[in-house]
Design a protein around this ligand. Structure first.
Ligand SMILES: C[S@@+](CC[C@H](N)C(=O)[O-])C[C@H]1O[C@@H](n2cnc3c(N)ncnc32)[C@H](O)[C@@H]1O
Length: 327
């Protein structure tokens, strides 16, 4: 299976048709992240615990300067998440904020936020049971992770569940909307609290009806929320075809429209080239460009234009006036 730019998230036709292949895309995401961490692009003290699941990726197709792409993906999510956590007036405002990650895979953001002292009130992750069971087993195995959950934590590898004061992991097929309702209830999420919903390289594996249903559900449920998505766009030109063929929601304008058509009050979308040039901190850009030979600019630029970040905003509490992309 081909890896996508920025690592593990293209959504090949094979991956869309087989649950096992969809779940395996998560291994590609870990492989890309681990390679970036090892080369010094960013810090993640936990991702290496997941590397034992990555055997068998020797046929990964790698795009030029993939690490810069992955770094940009990581950095934009972190920057927007920080904006969300810092929004509002109180200095301790993240204490009443929630994060919901759909198709979280082996992402370790919760553990990193904890290390940085900016843990939100609640961080909930959902994925298929096959994935959450493996994740629960790894969290259970490594004290560095388990200790972060506090003494009240309970871990069931069989059910693929972790419950602790601030972090919860549950299995769910996110296409099953009644299950989404029951799982956020089980996770004790409070729909009236400010919530950041992440779908990073996930919706691409779903059919358009399911995507619409999930985006509408999130908007109906959370009145003060940001819905973040990172996806591939422009699949219909030659470069897009070389990567993966997907026919629906083909440009970033469509991604904005996806939110606005399904209940979100505001929305924005930028491609990753614009994000890299105009949103990622310029000092960081210069730092990472010195880490490896940064060549094949033309192809890299083209590749970045094939990925985008979009977000929808519901702002009943008036917290998010300053949220979002800024030149
Ligand atoms: C490419 S990985 C991305 C993982 C993580 N979001 C990241 O960016 O590192 C896609 C993830 O979405 C999950 N996924 C895809 N379809 C799903 C569904 N219908 N329900 C739950 N999880 C799903 C897969 O199991 C996989 O872990």
């Amino acid at each position: 299976m081909a890896a996508a730019a920025g690592g593990g998230g293209g959504g090949s036709v094979a991956a869309r048709s087989s649950p096992a292949a969809v779940q395996a895309t998560n291994d590609d995401a870990v492989a890309s992240k681990l390679s970036c961490v090892n080369k010094g692009y960013m810090k993640d003290d936990y991702v290496h615990f997941f590397k034992l699941k990555m055997i068998g990726n020797s046929n990964l197709f790698s795009f030029p300067n993939d690490s810069e792409g992955y770094y940009a993906r990581w950095s934009v999510l972190r920057k927007l998440m920080r904006q969300f956590l810092n929004s509002g007036n109180g200095s301790n405002d993240q204490k009443r904020k929630q994060i919901l990650s759909l198709g979280a895979g082996f992402d370790t953001t919760f553990f990193q936020l904890q290390g940085e002292g900016i843990t939100p009130y609640l961080y909930v992750e959902l994925d298929f049971k096959e994935v959450t069971s493996k994740k629960a087993a790894i969290i259970n195995h490594y004290s560095e992770m388990k200790e972060k959950l506090g003494p009240e934590a309970s871990i069931s590898i069989e059910k693929g569940e972790v419950t602790s004061e601030h972090y919860k992991l549950f299995s769910a097929d996110i296409r099953d909307i009644p299950k989404l309702d029951s799982v956020i209830h089980m996770a004790e999420m409070n729909p009236s609290l400010p919530t950041f919903i992440i779908a990073e390289c996930v919706l691409i594996y779903l059919d358009p009806t399911s995507i619409s249903a999930i985006v509408s559900w999130a908007s109906d449920k959370f009145s003060t929320a940001i819905s973040f998505l990172y996806e591939q766009i422009h699949p219909d030109d030659a470069f897009g075809e070389q990567m993966i063929i997907i026919l629906e929601v083909p440009s970033f304008i469509h991604k904005e429209k996806l939110f606005l058509d399904h209940g979100w009050k505001r929305a924005a979308a930028w491609d990753m080239l614009k994000i890299y040039n105009d949103f990622i901190n310029s000092e960081e850009r210069h730092r990472i460009e010195r880490l490896e030979l940064f060549d094949e600019f033309e192809e890299w630029h083209m590749m970045q234009e094939h990925y985008c970040v979009a977000y929808g905003i519901n702002d009943a509490e008036g917290l998010f006036d300053d949220f979002g992309f800024k030149d």
